[in-house]
Design a protein around this ligand. Structure first.
Ligand code: PMP
Length: 401
């Protein structure tokens, strides 16, 4: 408590509260992500363009019909934590007891509560640059300071141990990693993960590993959980959820797996804040995680995004004088460098919307290194990708300086 009050004092001195700071940024984002007029081509959405599978909906209906509509244990019902424990073993080579797993209403609140539990006032949290813009906001809301670690753009956004080490001070406590990455689509290789793990061990850091896009991979790219590397289990919190891999964004189910001490802290923080994840959604999640049909469902979504990814890459190639991209290895975003046009990503995002009615995310939101970038999402229809990319290319050429 003391920590957050102190944090508020500092923010007040600057004339802006922590919550105001977050809301200011969100305004920009929500206008683009949710508030787009009907006639705008949306390349902004960070969510699958598929409905939740029928068999998952049916499981939720059964739960409702059986009156499973009351409070549950704050860390989630045991059968769900058992299903997650099995999933972590089979998919990620991780052994976590159901008691070391905490289910939450989405992975985002898990990350916030972890930061709240682990970062004292002024503690430093390493966040790659670029990265999902929630990380630095959640860090400052929890009273910590986000310190950005550059990724090597010319090496496909590699995260190098020496770049991490350079940012470490005696206040550094944590590092957030996200693979596959939003926004770059980079998948951390075993070698990169070993580099990060080495630094974490030498400098006694805890790693928060956000693996929400783990199912969405292209070509031969493989997802490796950093907690599965030797010595990393007890210094990693593996965060994941059902939003992206199972098209269950609105159900709000996420989870975090960590050692007994940390998961105990998380459980009690959850109990006092959100009380428990939605009961019906938890039954839906069990079905999604355990049904054989899920494999087919996920495979079909990824096949669709694989096709659209190729469409995006073709367009970037066609307009190579004004845009470039490191082909995404996972997730469903294109992190497009627009510096060839002579404009910043922010100008492109604002004017493309005004003049050509296409919505894209300005790259600066994801970190200072994103100034020359925009992020597009191809989790939308083929027609929207086709028309949006065509207009983007035309706009950039017309305005080329
Ligand atoms: N992590 C990343 C990297 C994301 O991009 C998102 C959603 N945009 C989330 C977490 C949030 O997922 P959830 O719905 O589980 O809160």
């Amino acid at each position: 408590m003391e920590k957050s009050l102190e944090g508020q004092k500092t923010a007040r001195k600057k004339g802006i509260s922590l919550s105001e700071r977050a809301v200011n940024i969100d305004d920009d984002v929500f206008k683009l992500a949710l508030g787009l007029p009907k006639d705008v081509i949306p390349l902004t959405a960070g969510e699958p363009d598929f409905p939740t599978a029928d068999f998952v909906n049916l499981a939720a209906k059964k739960a409702m019909d059986s009156n499973f509509t009351h409070y549950t244990a704050s860390n989630g019902i045991l059968p769900l934590r058992e299903a997650i424990s099995k999933k972590l073993k089979e998919d990620n080579n991780l052994s976590y007891d159901p008691d070391e797993i905490v289910v939450s209403p989405g992975s985002s609140p898990s990350i916030f509560l972890l930061l709240f539990a682990l970062a004292d006032r002024g503690d430093e949290v390493l966040v790659p640059d670029p990265a999902w813009f929630h990380y630095p906001i959640l860090t400052s809301l929890a009273g910590g300071r986000a310190i950005r670690v550059p990724q090597r753009r010319e090496e496909g956004f590699r995260l190098a141990p020496e770049d991490i080490e350079r940012k470490i001070t005696d206040r550094t406590r944590l590092m957030i990693v996200n693979s596959p990455s939003n926004p770059t689509g980079h998948v951390l290789s075993k070698e990169e993960l070993e580099g990060i793990a080495g630094v974490a061990e030498r400098k006694n850091l805890i790693i928060i590993s956000d693996e929400i896009y783990e199912k969405i991979l292209y070509g031969n790219h493989k997802h490796i959980s950093i907690a599965s590397l030797s010595g990393m289990r007890d210094r990693t919190v593996t965060v994941n959820g059902l939003s992206k891999g199972y098209a269950m964004m609105g159900w709000r189910i996420g989870f975090a797996a960590s050692n007994a001490e940390l998961s105990g802290k998380m459980r009690s923080l959850l109990g006092y804040t959100v009380v428990c994840p939605g009961s019906v959604a938890q039954y839906a999640a069990i079905e999604a995680l355990t049904s054989q049909k899920s494999r087919e469902y996920v495979k079909n979504m990824v096949a669709t995004w694989t096709r659209r990814r190729i469409m995006v890459l073709k367009f970037v190639e066609e307009f190579h004088d004004v845009m470039s991209i490191a082909p995404p290895e996972g997730a469903f975003y294109g992190w497009i460098n627009v510096s060839g046009s002579g404009m910043t990503g922010k100008d492109v995002s604002a004017n493309l919307l005004k003049e050509y009615k296409v919505g894209v995310m300005p790259g600066y939101l994801f970190g200072d290194s994103g100034k020359d970038y925009i992020r597009i999402s191809y989790a939308t229809s083929d027609e929207v990708v086709e028309e949006g990319m065509k207009r983007l290319g035309k706009f950039l050429r017309e305005h080329k300086k």
